[in-house]
Design a protein around this ligand. Structure first.
Ligand SMILES: [Zn+2]
Length: 281
């Protein structure tokens, strides 16, 4: 592993922590986030000064400062990159930046491909939450007894319904993301996700676990409602708004109880639409 490779990994981890911090701020307004803040400063501490200040400038503008190259495009701004730029990013002898948006670029070992183009995001006919999800992504009940089993179920559904190509690869990335810091918040909610899923739209599966699973939530909270999202880089900013809206909506006990009471996927779909009608227009 070259120094550039480890620098890239460090930047990706740092970015996940910064975004997790934004996400927790919007989803748990009263949470104490000192620990997360400490992890962010210690992870950033030994970065070269120029890299660190550039990273900080970028992250203030966008939720992502380091983005994958996908199909010879910068997945941050969508600009086409020259062959020699793509090669340089692939070789990773030094850190490269997009000539258009200045984000750091990396070459993913393998991209999770989305099969169904814009299945959800951007379809004009659809309104509200149904722009990002669909009846076949409602899962009730989830049966797994561990975090990994639950995530495997949800990744499996994403793949079997044609939203991504490879369930195992998606699961690996979802677990890597949870290992950086749990996506569980209070009130029994969790927002596991995989970013950098290029080629399709932002898509969300919703799963209900009747008994609840240990998912790393605050204290001994069990997680019962899972919002699993695959996120193309270009929709990262929107993703934070989605999470913010969902956590506001389902922080209300009656509203989350209405989801937990569902016994069929059809019922869950109806309950989700009803609960989010005001939040997502
Ligand atoms: Zn760019």
């Amino acid at each position: 592993m070259t120094t550039t490779h480890s620098l890239i990994n460090q930047l990706i981890q740092l970015q996940e922590l910064v975004v997790a911090n934004m996400q927790k701020k919007v989803s748990m307004p009263n949470a104490r986030l000192e620990e997360l803040g400490k992890s962010i400063s210690s992870l950033g501490a030994d970065l070269p000064q120029a890299v660190k200040s550039h990273f900080n400038r970028l992250i203030q503008k966008h939720p992502e400062a380091i983005v994958p190259v996908a199909n010879e495009l910068c997945s941050g701004c969508g600009m086409g990159l020259t062959k020699s730029m793509v090669q340089a990013v692939h070789k990773a002898e030094s850190l490269n930046r997009c000539p258009n948006c200045a984000r750091f670029l990396y070459y993913p070992e393998q991209l999770v491909a989305a099969e169904r183009k814009s299945r959800a995001y951007g379809e004009a006919r659809k309104t509200g939450i149904s722009r990002f999800t669909s009846p076949e992504l409602m899962m009730v009940p989830l049966k797994g007894t561990t975090a990994e089993e639950v995530l495997a179920e949800m990744c499996g559904r994403m793949a079997s319904e044609g939203f991504v190509e490879d369930a195992d690869h998606l699961l690996d990335l979802a677990l890597q993301r949870e290992a950086i810091i749990s996506t569980a918040v209070d009130n029994g909610l969790a927002f596991p996700h995989v970013r950098g899923v290029e080629g399709g739209g932002l898509s969300m599966a919703v799963g209900i676990h009747k008994k609840g699973v240990k998912f790393g939530g605050p204290g001994r909270t069990l997680t019962r409602i899972f919002f699993f999202v695959v996120i193309p880089t270009a929709t990262s900013a929107f993703y934070l708004r989605l999470i913010s809206g969902l956590s506001k909506t389902f922080r209300e006990k009656e509203v989350s109880d209405a989801l937990l009471a569902c016994t069929s996927e059809e019922e869950l779909w109806k309950a989700l639409i009803k609960a989010t009608k005001k939040t997502f227009k």
